[in-house]
Design a protein around this ligand. Structure first.
Ligand SMILES: Cc1cc2nc3c(=O)[nH]c(=O)nc-3n(C[C@H](O)[C@H](O)[C@H](O)COP(=O)(O)O)c2cc1C
Length: 171
């Protein structure tokens, strides 16, 4: 039987889009039918057997489109195997340690608790100094986050491979 997997994501500057594409590629290589889509382009979850949902983090929150997707599709998501990821911290070391234990925005935690995802991951992100404006640069300096691309492709690939394994075993 075909397994249709939706990888839905929200991004502002593209770093999370590339993480979603990478996850999609790993799942596809494992033989799954994969659809990588922006959250605001998805209206109906009925074609999918599983969902991977991710967002970039800005000022401690998910992108509005991703949070909206999670909230408006809560019931459908609660019936599916779901994996959740955030793309945020820059700098060396464990991503959650960089953020002093932060793992998910507080505002979406109750929805995530009800959906009961198979896993919730926090990945390093990328902040492109040449893409962001003056105000965002000031904000980044204020939170002392380093500029640069800190995405950990090994961790992202391993996470996606574990999703593929679980789905192929009938998760
Ligand atoms: C203005 C600004 C605020 C940010 N705030 C946070 C934050 O609160 N927590 C975090 O982990 N990352 C934060 N980041 C880093 C982004 O989440 C990270 O760069 C992410 O990978 C960007 O993804 P995108 O290119 O898909 O938008 C911030 C970046 C900017 C530019």
């Amino acid at each position: 039987m075909d397994i249709n997997v939706l990888v839905a994501y929200a991004t502002k500057y593209g770093a999370t889009a590339e993480i979603a594409e990478k996850i999609g590629q790993v799942l596809r290589d494992a033989g799954l039918n994969v659809f990588v889509e922006l959250t605001h382009h998805v209206n109906d979850l009925s074609p999918y057997n599983a969902v991977v949902l991710g967002s970039a983090v800005y000022i401690g929150g998910w992108r509005r489109e991703a949070a909206g997707f999670l909230k408006s599709n809560e019931k459908a998501l609660a019936k599916l195997p779901v994996w959740i990821f955030s793309s945020g911290p820059t700098g060396e070391g464990d991503p959650s340690t960089i953020l002093q234990g932060w793992r998910l925005p507080k505002a979406i935690q109750p929805f995530v608790d009800r959906i009961k995802p198979r896993d919730v991951a926090l990945f390093h992100g990328a902040i492109y100094e040449d893409r962001i404006g003056f105000v965002e640069k000031w904000m980044v300096k204020n939170i002392k986050a380093p500029f640069g691309d800190f995405r950990d492709w090994v961790a992202i690939t391993a996470w996606a491979a574990a999703i593929a394994d679980a789905l192929k075993k009938g998760a």
